[in-house]
Design a binder for this molecule. Structure first.
Ligand SMILES: Cc1cc2nc3c(=O)[nH]c(=O)nc-3n(C[C@H](O)[C@H](O)[C@H](O)COP(=O)(O)OP(=O)(O)OC[C@H]3O[C@@H](n4cnc5c(N)ncnc54)[C@H](O)[C@@H]3O)c2cc1C
Length: 475
């Protein structure tokens, strides 16, 4: 139990409404988008400013108390699960976009600013913030930085790390440090690059300077329809192999197509085995020629139909389907677990076969909706959490899929991070020396191991099981 005087001091720092300790209110914070493991924190603290984040961390440092950062809680690998960390620090009141610099194409945003708000704020200037996770109406800039998030349009534009110029980080000691800055390149080590993707293990990002890009002059958006997943995969390789770089190249399989059509009624072909959502963007000149080449590659690879969105309304309808795909899954099963792995683009057909085989072996239904152009797969394993045997099979199938990714020359995460979910798979990629080096690096920022402890590295998992008796594992 946290001492009452400490809780009182936190209240005096962030206001009465900025500290949550009622058990029923804490339930909201017991998991993120990865729902297979749950544990409520003892206390949630919601600072209002970066300075308050630093004050809270200084107090926790003095008491030797560990903490877990949280943005919107949309993470899909259990990064916000409080394991051995009684205090959760939530950035949702750090909501200010502090500066918009149109001429230099950058913004300064606090960590709790929602991704979509950034583009909304600069659209009138013909600019946008390119990383666009499908969760962008909810997820925060701080969470995006912690996970190095991607999105459908990161095939052409790059992931979060390519769009962060600088961060302010509240170290676990409570010191605020500015890393990077407002200009493109700086001498010295790339400390911003280290913080992006650190999953909250270096401290709490409080604000960031983000790069903006110009809105494209024009778009061409296609839906290519295929009678086999293999043919769709070959078309993906064909498009990239032809030297074309679409802004987005997404694949959806039959199960998800059917769920989407039932949800949104946009005329998706429910008998197709796979569709590709392809978007080209850029200057108007040349776009039609590129479109013809994309269509030709799709037809060469047995697309039975290539539909072009005729206007912004049709384009928006197609993107609504893709970006709300996860919402439509509620029609298929009470629960789902989204896996996240990467393979070289040319191995997409192989990994899709491995996914289907793992699902069959474990008697599970699986839907696929993913960033095919990046080779970033997202098999969605459907289950009912009340069926404990089915939950065990979901976990086993997930492990096998990630092993297959590594065997095909890929990796165990493309964008969702390790969190707690994939700790056991980390040794598939890193040997003991690598892990020791990374643990030492982490200690530079957090010598006492109080920032989001027991995450990312497998040694930590051993500690979790012995030192976090309140942790509930749905198995
Ligand atoms: C429907 C749906 C679709 C999604 N689509 C995508 C997608 O297309 N691409 C993609 O990459 N991800 C996607 N995600 C995953 C998720 O939205 C991203 O990982 C997102 O960046 C998490 O942001 P958040 O604010 O919700 O962070 P949280 O879930 O609150 O936290 C995620 C991690 O970041 C840490 N953290 C949060 N804030 C900070 C901070 N200020 N400083 C330091 N650490 C911090 C937490 O401790 C945790 O480890 C999707 C999730 C859902 C539910």
């Amino acid at each position: 139990m946290l001492p009452a005087p400490l809780v009182a001091r936190l209240r005096s720092m962030v206001g009465v409404e900025g500290v949550i300790d009622r058990p029923e209110a804490l339930l909201v914070y017991e998991c993120d988008g990865y729902t297979l493991e749950r544990a409520a924190p003892e206390l949630v603290v919601l600072p209002r400013t970066p300075a308050e984040v630093a004050s809270v961390l200084r107090l926790l440092a003095a008491e030797g108390i560990a903490f877990v950062p949280r943005g919107a809680g949309t993470g899909l690998s259990g990064g916000t699960l409080p394991v051995g960390a009684p205090v959760m620090i939530c950035t949702s009141r750090l909501q200010r976009i502090e500066a918009i610099d149109v001429a230099n194409r950058r913004v300064v945003a606090q960590a709790g600013v929602v991704n979509q708000w950034v583009s909304n704020a600069v659209r009138a200037h013909g600019l946008c913030y390119a990383p666009d996770p499908s969760s962008q109406p909810a997820c925060t800039i701080g969470g995006n930085i912690a996970e190095n998030s991607g999105g459908p349009h990161t095939l052409k534009y790059g992931v979060t790390t390519n769009h962060v110029l600088g961060v302010e980080l509240a170290l676990p000691s409570g010191e605020l440090v500015a890393l990077g800055g407002a200009v493109e390149d700086r001498p010295g080590y790339d400390l911003v690059g280290l913080v992006v993707g650190a999953e909250g293990t270096f401290g709490i990002v409080t604000r960031a300077t983000l790069r903006l890009v110009r809105l494209p002059q024009a778009y061409r958006t296609f839906l290519a329809v295929f009678d086999s997943v293999e043919a769709a995969s070959e078309a993906v390789s064909g498009i990239i192999g032809a030297g074309l770089v679409p802004a987005a190249l997404e694949m959806m399989d039959q199960l998800i197509i059917q769920a989407l059509e039932a949800a949104f009624h946009v005329g998706l072909p429910t008998d197709a085995q796979a569709v590709l959502l392809i978007e080209l963007d850029g200057p108007l000149a040349g776009l039609d020629a590129q479109s013809e080449r994309v269509e030709a590659v799709c037809r060469r690879n047995a697309a039975r139909e290539v539909r072009v969105a005729r206007d912004d309304v049709e384009r928006a309808a197609l993107w609504k389907c893709r970006k709300r795909a996860f919402g439509a899954i509620g029609r298929l099963a009470p629960n789902y677990c989204t896996q996240d792995g990467v393979v070289p683009r040319t191995r997409v057909p192989d990994i899709l076969r491995a996914i289907a085989a793992a699902a069959a072996r474990h008697r599970l239904r699986v839907a696929n909706v993913f960033h095919a152009g990046d080779g970033n797969i997202h098999p969605i394993l459907l289950f009912d959490e009340r069926d404990r045997d089915e939950v065990a099979r979901v976990l086993a199938a997930g492990r096998e899929i990630l092993e297959a990714c590594v065997a095909l020359g890929g990796s165990i995460t493309g964008e969702h991070g390790i969190g707690v979910e994939k700790i056991d798979q980390v040794p598939l990629l890193f040997g003991p020396d690598d892990l020791r080096a990374m643990t030492r690096l982490r200690a530079v920022f957090d010598p006492q191991g109080r920032a989001n402890p027991h995450k990312i590295f497998p040694d930590a998992k051993v500690c979790v099981e012995t030192r976090a008796p309140r942790r509930q594992v749905a198995l």
